[in-house]
Design a protein around this ligand. Structure first.
Ligand code: GAL
Length: 344
């Protein structure tokens, strides 16, 4: 059986648990029921040293106070909806704007802020569910969400599913920040990043798509061959400067579950291979980590201390039918899958 430990309480008194899945010599995942959050992920590097490769906070209250979504399972609508407004079957829907005038990551009390139900917990598997009631954060329809985490020797496999009792929009993601060289290792500047995408979505200064897709050719978004992250984010490109780095939806080539990205830590030699069935990958280089949010070692996270590779639909899809169809209707099942495989 998975060990389940108390992880304190939220400031409003909700008890939080930490589940431990897997273990040496394979992956070890510490999962919080608060936000179905990847709190810690321990991996043996190519050098034989075990390291925590996922960024987390020390305590439940830190997760509640944080605006960084470290490790959170994000919903009901990951990424941005312009001005929090969209039309659904001819009716106007308004959800609260919580990021530079736009709705971000499901609103002020998104799925990351909820304590999920643990319905199954074994040595290698945890299944968590969440009911998001009709009208939750302004979204129509009662949505039932299930997150199934399975830990193997060298891979973490996550499947997210959702259903609804009325038409709504759903876009979930996992917001784990990776640093393959472990806690206290500084920024991911020296990591090598490869994203198998020949297109990306240019955005305005608030992260909303300008138009449609653009080719990555000749831009900092051409990561089809591995690039050092620190070199990419320091270019003076007009898309990078307002975002202070990469905070963009890349459009991985192909469809179905396919390899979309690779990341290599220079010290550990650990190589992450990310596969997903999602059409978009938001690549976010921790640009807004500003030296205030606490790390488990007692330090603070600064800009670039982790990188989030977030499989999802393209941003603002409720207003961009040409980019993706985010509408979920009764009788349909929303499905999302990602596999993080660690090797060398
Ligand atoms: C990312 C988003 C960033 C920022 C971050 C959380 O997914 O693209 O702009 O909001 O989450 O701090």
């Amino acid at each position: 059986m998975t060990t389940r430990h108390p992880f304190g309480t939220t400031p409003d008194g909700r008890a939080v648990s930490r589940l431990v899945l897997g273990g040496e010599p394979g992956l070890e995942l510490h999962l919080l029921d608060l936000g179905a959050t990847i709190h810690r992920l321990r991996v043996t590097g190519a050098d034989g040293v075990r390291r925590g490769v996922a960024r987390g906070h020390p305590a439940a209250a830190d997760y509640v106070a944080s605006d960084a979504y470290l490790g959170a399972t994000v919903g009901r609508y990951a990424n941005r909806i312009r001005a929090g407004r969209f039309e659904l079957d001819g009716a106007a829907v308004q959800v609260p704007p919580n990021d530079r005038g736009n709705a971000l990551h499901g609103g002020p009390e998104g799925f990351d802020a909820r304590v999920w139900n643990v319905v199954e917990a074994t040595d290698d598997t945890a299944v968590l569910t969440l009911t998001s009631p009709d009208g939750d954060q302004g979204f129509p329809g009662q949505v039932e969400v299930t997150a199934r985490f399975v830990v193997g020797t060298d891979a973490l496999d996550l499947e997210l599913t959702a259903s609804t009792d009325a038409a709504t929009v759903v876009n979930l993601t996992q917001h784990v920040y990776l640093n393959l060289d472990g806690e206290g290792s500084g920024t991911v500047d020296d990591h090598e990043l490869q994203v198998l995408a020949s297109r990306y979505v240019p955005v305005d200064a608030t992260g909303i798509p300008l138009d449609g897709y653009a080719p990555v050719d000749g831009t900092p978004f051409d990561l089809r061959t591995p690039r050092r992250v620190g070199d990419v984010v320091r270019q003076g490109h007009e898309q990078l400067v307002p975002a202070q780095g990469l905070d963009h939806d890349l459009v991985p080539d192909g469809s179905g579950v396919r390899e979309v990205a690779r990341l290599r830590g220079p010290v550990s030699g650990t190589v992450l291979t990310l596969s997903t069935d999602q059409p978009g990958l938001q690549v976010y280089t921790g640009n807004f980590l500003d030296g205030t949010l606490p790390s488990p070692s007692g330090g603070r996270y600064r800009q670039g201390d982790g990188i989030a590779l977030e499989p999802q639909l393209h941003p603002d899809s409720p207003n961009r039918p040409a980019l993706a169809d985010p509408v979920l209707r009764p009788g349909e099942t929303y499905r999302w899958r990602a596999v993080w495989r660690f090797g060398s």
